[in-house]
Design a protein around this ligand. Structure first.
Ligand code: SF4
Ligand code: SF4
Length: 491
């Protein structure tokens, strides 16, 4: 007799004492956002009025060392914590509270193409304008983010800034696909009979209402409930991926049945199972994300400066804009798209299938995500954060001293690294090797899930070559002397 398969019990972060109630709390996210908003205000103040030498200014040090380092460690341990606390989305809540509800984002922009273009533009601008070296430009970007997010959130009815525009959000969405937590529901049966689907629609009930606690457990009376539904229009019972989830937890607070959970999962589950839509834009985004990890690090080593000079010479231009555009165009767009399509074509030919190239590409592209994330982690988390995060202490001390707020004595500029500098290279290599192993595991799992027949080693070979190539190229780049940006003295 066939036995019914019981659903696997999942660990729910929202059930952890203190943390769970805090995350569920109606104002929990706003408190987190307010803390980050205050930090953003501090950065704006120091960026506009403080020393314009980047290693001595809070705006450049915190933005380019701490923000990037903390978010990559966040993905690894907790998920998309920056989007959760993102102060740029406070305008969304404000716009909705002010009842500024606009139209829908145009259909032709409801994809990741614009986000891919902006992500590419952001990496190019970061190098071309030396953003890491300019407090003023850094804070103009922060200010621009606030303005752009407010107008887009106010003009359109959904969270279009997060979902379709924000380059940081785009980076965060792809990185969080290897995170150990994901929004899910406790029971799909409860969802199937749920009339309001508040997790996506939100609730705007005002006044005293009876709110159901759980099925069969009666109701509680609350004075007012006005909770937004999912801004990026994800429907909790159907979520299988962290793509597009800002971890705002609005769905958790909106669900009247307390059915939404923040489940702990195998970090490779999402990429192994192929939870992403089989769309060109999603596959190309992941390819660009993977190769930009190398392109971004390549922008900081000696050979890129020689290449830039040679290109400028050949093109007879003084400005580095065009040479840099060509270099990044090749490393971050042409190579990933070209190699991705070639690998998909080869895999399809070896497997002797007639499916579209889009489907083959979408089947194997998730295998790049773990390795790509590990390269970003080694770069932002290892090299920059562990290599120079302690520099924030003298910079903050200098800031206080400059304003005569507290006299803490002169800053000790030799403080920079969190770990001994000679530990960083081995740590970065181990991180990337773990990423490679994780990617090979995912590749094998993706091969197993191929329709009709298992895709063997030969079908996976083109993807293995890309993974090994990315690994070797990242070893080469990371072993070259790299600019330790944002540090006055390394001590
Ligand atoms: S998650 Fe909650 S609000 Fe959404 S459909 Fe299920 S029960 Fe309804
Ligand atoms: S599913 Fe939507 S509402 Fe829920 S945490 Fe993610 S982005 Fe927020």
């Amino acid at each position: 007799m066939a036995t019914l398969k019981r659903p696997q019990p999942r660990f729910d972060v929202l059930k952890i004492p203190v943390i769970g109630p805090l995350l569920r709390w109606r104002w929990g996210r706003l408190v987190f956002q307010t803390i980050l908003l205050l930090i953003a205000v501090l950065l704006l103040y120091d960026g506009f009025t403080g020393p314009q030498f980047a290693p001595e200014n809070l705006s450049t040090v915190v933005t380019w060392i701490h923000y990037r380092g903390i978010i990559v460690f966040g993905f690894l341990l907790l998920g998309n914590i920056f989007c959760m606390g993102c102060p740029f989305t406070i305008p969304r809540t404000l716009a909705k509270r002010l009842a500024i509800n606009g139209g829908r984002w145009p259909a032709f922009l409801r994809n990741k193409w614009l986000a891919i273009g902006l992500l590419f533009g952001f990496f190019w601008a970061y190098e071309y304008f030396d953003l890491f070296a300019s407090p003023l430009l850094t804070v103009w970007i922060i200010a621009g983010y606030f303005v752009a997010s407010f107008f887009l959130e106010a003009i359109f009815s959904e969270s279009v800034f997060c979902k379709y525009v924000c380059p940081l959000g785009t980076f965060n969405f792809v990185s969080s696909t290897v995170s150990p937590v994901q929004i899910s529901v406790e029971s799909r049966d409860v969802c199937s009979t749920c009339p309001g689907k508040e997790c996506i629609n939100g609730t705007t009930q005002m006044g005293t209402v009876d709110r159901p606690v759980k099925q069969g457990q009666g109701t509680i009376s609350l004075d007012s409930i006005q909770v937004l539904g999912c801004g990026t229009e994800l429907f909790a019972p159907q979520i299988e991926s962290n793509l597009d989830c800002t971890m705002c937890l609005d769905c958790v607070r909106a669900c009247p049945h307390e059915n939404v959970i923040l489940s702990v999962r195998n970090p490779l589950k999402e990429t192994s199972e192929g939870a992403w839509p089989q769309r060109w834009d999603i596959s190309i985004l992941v390819l660009v994300f993977a190769f930009s990890a190398l392109g971004n690090a390549f922008g900081m080593v000696g050979p890129v400066f020689e290449l830039e000079a040679a290109l400028a010479n050949g093109l007879n231009v003084q400005d580095e804009a065009l040479p840099l555009l060509i270099i990044f165009g090749v490393t971050n767009l042409i190579l990933p798209i070209g190699l991705g399509l070639l690998a998909a074509w080869l895999s399809r030919a070896i497997a002797n299938r007639t499916e579209s190239l889009r489907i083959t590409l979408a089947r194997f592209v998730p295998s790049l995500a773990p390795l790509a994330f590990s390269i970003w982690l080694a770069h932002y988390g290892g090299f920059h954060f562990l290599g120079s995060a302690a520099t924030v202490f003298p910079v903050f001390r200098n800031f206080m001293w400059d304003h005569n707020w507290f006299f803490l004595g002169p800053p000790d500029w030799t403080r920079a690294a969190v770990l001994p500098i000679n530990w960083l290279d081995p740590l970065e290599m181990v991180t990337i090797l773990i990423g490679l192993l994780a990617s090979l595991y995912v590749l094998n799992e993706r091969g197993k899930r191929a329709p009709n027949k298992r895709d063997g080693m030969l079908v996976q070979l083109p993807w293995m070559l890309i993974l090994v190539g990315l690994t070797l190229a990242s070893f080469w780049i990371f072993y070259l002397p790299m600019e330790m940006r944002g540090v006055a003295f390394t001590g």
